[in-house]
Design a protein around this ligand. Structure first.
Ligand code: AMP
Length: 113
């Protein structure tokens, strides 16, 4: 069981900013930008490399539309922000429960390291 599943099950606390029947969004405990929020599906999906191409379409769309809404709620939409899904070892994924990072409040560099 991952730490994110424990957050979904309310076994460990998180600074939740949004929740519905399909997903949960909370502030990253180790933020790398002034605003750094993670959005996770309540369904246990290991990574973007493990999705079901057909049955996970709706939840993936939901995670991104929710990211847009949360960014707007946080006042990030005008200046902009970055959305990232780290995937497996080369992608830098450390928690193996699919999650979308929303980062904003500063200028981001490109390319990422
Ligand atoms: P990734 O490297 O893409 O797998 O990102 C995992 C993220 O989860 C990192 O940015 C961590 O800081 C964050 N994280 C790990 N544990 C927690 C936690 N208990 N609450 C909030 N964020 C966490």
């Amino acid at each position: 069981m991952t730490i994110f599943k424990k957050i979904i099950d309310k076994e460990i606390p998180a600074d939740v900013v949004f929740e519905d029947d399909q997903c949960l969004a909370f502030r990253d405990v180790n933020p790398v930008a002034p605003t750094h929020i993670l959005i996770i599906p309540k369904k246990e999906i290991r990574s973007l490399a493990d999705i079901d191409q057909s049955s996970d379409k709706e939840i993936l769309g939901h995670l991104l539309t929710t990211a847009s809404q949360i960014a707007e709620n946080e006042g990030l939409d005008k200046d902009g922000y970055r959305v990232v899904i780290n995937t497996n070892e080369h992608g830098g994924q450390t928690v193996f429960h699919l999650h979308v990072h929303i980062m904003g409040g500063r200028v981001m560099e490109w390319p990422p390291g």
